[in-house]
Design a protein around this ligand. Sequence first.
Ligand SMILES: *Cc1c(COP(=O)(O)O)cnc(C)c1O
Length: 219
Amino acid sequence: MSLHDITARIAKAEAAAGRPAGSTKLIAVSKVQPNERVAAVLEQGHRCFGENRVQEAAGKWPEFKQRFSDIDLHLIGPLQTNKARQAMELFNAIHSVDRPKLARTLARLAQEFGNCPDLFIQVNTGEEEQKAGIMPADADEFVAECRDLDLPVQGLMAIPPVDEEPSLHFALLAKIAERNGLSGLSMGMSGDFEQAIALGATHVRVGSAIFGARVRPEG
Ligand SMILES: *Cc1c(COP(=O)(O)O)cnc(C)c1O
């Protein structure tokens, strides 16, 4: 697969779902990929990337930002409150807002900075113990809490359980977003982004299908 193939598959999935062309944003997930592979995708003109660790992103993106303009960097992994400041300085969007304490920290920093990245609330649709995300039953209250804090919540994000039909989780996420008046849906990865687009994904997070298998295991 290549960037070109994935872009073509996204366009096809949008058309099949009767959605406007270009209504899905492709986040190229570059975590643990060698810099040459990332640079190759940048050279093809792609600008939107996802990283799951603040530290790793802080190590590689400042240099790319000097070489390439208009980079749109998304944090898709869990965020510790003590890294929130660094994350807000580095990322254009954060997809992993998942608890009140983090929301309050982001709100305080947004006040201080006078701006805030686009935010997505991560929902643990599979109610998995080891996974981050607010539980579906608590999502409405948490959305309201984030809005009370004046946080710019664009939508919801989910990572379905590996062994379940992802469409059920995409549909659940879409339903929670709809009843909360949120238009953004960050869902779909290499193996299931077409299904996610069929169910309304506005952001798909695709790593290995663009870059090839990750060369070292993610921690
Ligand atoms: C790694 C990762 C992805 C991309 O996974 P692929 O299967 O390589 O496409 C998407 N979302 C999150 C949250 C990830 O951590």
